[in-house]
Design a protein around this ligand. Structure first.
Ligand code: 8YV
Length: 293
């Protein structure tokens, strides 16, 4: 997908059967939210007219640049909303009730020598959702069944929702017991959960992140956990995946997951099917089923 070092190209040709696709022939690419398509790749493919993402996030592709080159871009919204919201609730319960830590306690044989420490109640908590899009709303909908009070912050208040709007991430964090990050990634949300937001969340507050690692100031999060200025975190995403900050690995107040929120057979198949339908529609009539907004 990019110009190669001549020596690397030669090594590939020597060791493998290399099939050259003339870059002028490539009209569509299928990529994932993880990799996207770089501007250099766009420049190298003069006939490119469609970028099809497997995944709802598309911050790894510069959509404005693609558009300026007449390229349309799709993602796979909706089909993964349920699974991502399910995992957010699972992570929230895990970190408050310390399920993963308790499970490790049993496996280590520690139950034989004492009781597991008390955890934190989930029902009735005040929940703050950062980013009330499709996934944020699905999380709120599920958590309402736990008699929680839900407030949110997003760029603008969302009409017709029964949740309280907070006018900044810090105000939201100060008003809740659990802050759930459900924004999109990319430059607009980079570092939105700052040291100040974590400090507003406070020593009894928990963070759940199923969005993107980039939304949280990760060093500030590690520092807050170490200092006990927040109570814990459930993280499915990290700033530099698959690298997880080493200081988190032996902490029982964090739940660490390998970016699996959409990773069920049913949802990944639905995402694959939607990615295919986008490509097929584009190849048939030049339009997309789910163009990015
Ligand atoms: C996937 C995701 O892990 O949809 C997204 O934006 O982050 C996840 O569903 C990703 O698409 C795989 O590349």
């Amino acid at each position: 997908m990019c110009p190669l070092l001549p020596s690397l190209e030669e090594a590939l040709r020597t060791n493998y059967k290399v099939v050259d696709v003339p870059s002028d022939d490539v009209v569509a690419t299928v990529t994932s939210s993880r990799y996207g398509v770089t501007n250099e790749q766009i420049d190298a493919l003069p006939a490119l007219k469609a970028i099809v993402h497997f995944g709802v996030g598309y911050e790894t592709t510069d959509v404005a640049y693609a558009r300026s080159r007449g390229i349309v871009v799709s993602n796979t919204p909706d089909v993964l909303t349920d699974c991502v919201a399910d995992l957010a609730v699972g992570g929230l319960i895990d970190v408050l009730r310390r399920l993963s830590a308790a499970e490790r306690f049993v496996r280590r044989g520690d139950w034989l020598s004492g009781q597991f420490p008390l955890a934190t109640k989930v029902t009735g908590k005040r929940i703050g959702i950062l980013g009330l899009g499709r996934i944020g709303r699905a999380i709120a909908h599920r958590l309402a069944a736990f008699d929680t009070t839900i407030s949110y912050h997003s760029r603008n208040p969302v009409p017709d929702v029964p949740y309280t709007y907070a006018d900044s991430p810090t105000a939201l964090a100060a008003a809740v017991d659990v802050l759930v990050v459900a924004t999109s990634g990319g430059p607009a949300t980079q570092g939105l959960v700052s040291a100040d937001v974590l400090s507003a969340l406070g020593p009894n507050g928990y963070l759940v992140n199923i969005a993107r690692g980039s939304v949280v100031d990760e060093p500030a999060l590690v520092a807050a956990l170490k200092a006990g200025t927040i109570a814990g975190a459930a993280l499915d995403v990290f700033a530099d995946e698959p690298n997880v900050p080493l200081e988190l690995l032996d902490r029982d107040d964090v739940v660490l997951l390998p970016h699996i929120a959409s990773a069920t057979t049913e949802t990944r198949e639905a995402m694959g099917e939607l990615a295919f339908r986008n490509l097929h529609r584009f190849m048939t009539d030049g339009t997309l089923v789910t163009p990015v907004p």
